[in-house]
Ligand binder design. Structure first.
Ligand code: ZN
Ligand code: ZN
Length: 407
């Protein structure tokens, strides 16, 4: 492998054996938008919402910007972003933080507000060990006008997006990941990048994700209703993309597999549709700070969720057994699909046998032995409970466990 891959790779160890008590893992959402880019609420109000819902950390991943320096918005623009009727963002922020909280300033005859920076939000909302604001940017690249969006976590300076009308999205993804890796190599703190919503505008295929060695993390679930999470008649959904990409990476390219994130990608906070609370990760970080969170993510010590919580993840590498303990919920049943691809899969365009459901197990303690000819094994848990804030019709709560058993 190339030297420039190294800063983003730390997956050598994780997938050997695992015995995780996941009950104390931190819950966080790494993908959110505020008025600093195209979201429609103040960052402090959004952070406060997550804090009140029991999240431990949030990455406010505005497009191509960190919440630092100065940003002034005129009130008219703030109001226009709000599609729902009811109390406006300004009234709500003043009700929550006090009449003097927002910094009102008139510029060129227009009434407006200077947005709070991340540091200003930290001062009033962070609580050591309980709630942490994770620096984040959504590096919003494009290739041939197709979106190639990558979230960068724990970074200390904006990484400018690559926008190229000639380059195909796959090459923009590769270049962006290399740019991030180069930055990671000289960054004072560890940073992590996850590719977002591959199916949005059908910009990136599973083959694209497979081919970019540096892309190690991607969103297997993104809560924006417009991202084609389930695919369509001819194109795979995000979960199938995960299996296709990982099969190609492991069997044909000798790259490590992609690990899956779930996130909100929320933009609207007043009762509209692109709302928060849909997807998140649980992370086995030693401390609640950016460095520890990124180190745990890089080591694969996390799972993705849209509602199902796990008490334990165990991978007995010697016996090849993956077993889970699912946090019980009164009156709710869980079904776990153990999924993988066998070495004899169909490598033609048909892709038969990729992402085979080896077994479906009900109950709170599912367990399964990896078939001898499997390239990897992963698990998706689906609850009998409907998602409280679905991003697609019929959505049930789920959890996605990272692939194990690969080498
Ligand atoms: Zn995006
Ligand atoms: Zn986004």
């Amino acid at each position: 492998m190339h030297r420039h891959l190294l800063p983003l790779l730390a997956l050598a160890a994780p997938l050997a054996a695992q015995d995780h008590d996941t009950r104390g893992w931190f819950k966080g959402n790494t993908h959110t938008h505020s008025l600093w880019s195209d979201g429609n609420d103040f960052p402090e109000m959004i952070f406060d919402w997550y804090r009140s819902k029991g999240y431990h950390f949030v990455g406010m991943s505005d497009h191509n910007v960190l919440q630092e320096g100065e940003k002034w918005l005129d009130l008219e623009a703030i109001r226009k972003r709000q599609k729902a009727v009811g109390r406006d963002a300004v009234t709500k922020a003043e009700a929550r933080f006090g009449k003097d909280w927002l910094k009102r300033e008139t510029r060129e005859g227009k009434e407006g507000i200077v947005l709070k920076t991340l540091d200003e939000c930290r001062a009033v909302l962070e609580k050591p060990g309980e709630f942490y604001l994770l620096p984040a940017e959504e590096m919003s690249n494009s290739g041939r006008k197709q979106p190639v969006h990558i979230n960068i976590l724990n970074l200390d300076e904006v990484i400018e997006p690559i926008k190229d009308d000639e380059l195909p999205p796959r090459e923009v993804l590769r270049q962006s990941m290399r740019t991030i890796a180069a930055r990671a190599a000289r960054s004072p703190r560890p940073i992590l990048a996850h590719l977002n919503h591959p199916n949005w505008q059908w910009a990136l295929t599973a083959e694209d994700l497979a081919d970019v060695a540096e892309g190690l993390f991607f969103e297997v679930y993104n809560g924006h209703p417009g991202v084609n999470h389930l695919g369509d008649e001819t194109r795979p959904g995000d979960e199938k993309i995960w299996d296709i990409a990982n099969t190609i990476r492991l069997a044909e390219l000798n790259y490590p597999p992609l690990l899956g994130f779930a996130s909100d990608d929320s933009h609207t906070y007043h009762g509209e549709d692109v709302s928060p609370g849909r997807g998140w990760v649980h992370v086995g970080a030693e401390k609640l700070d950016g460095d520890s969170i990124v180190e745990a993510l890089r080591a694969g010590r996390f799972y993705a969720s849209s509602g199902v919580a796990l008490d334990a993840i165990r991978w007995d590498a010697g016996k090849g057994i993956l077993s889970l303990e699912i946090a019980p919920v009164e009156g709710v049943e869980f079904t776990t699909a153990f999924i993988g691809t066998r070495k004899g899969y169909d490598a033609t365009a048909e892709r038969n046998g990729i992402g085979e459901v080896f077994a479906t197990v009900t109950g709170n303690s599912p367990s399964f032995t990896i078939p001898e000819d499997a390239l990897y094994l992963r698990a998706t848990v689906t609850s009998s409970r409907k998602h409280w804030n679905p991003s697609f019709e019929g959505q049930m709560e789920q959890a996605w466990v990272q692939p194990v058993g690969w080498h």
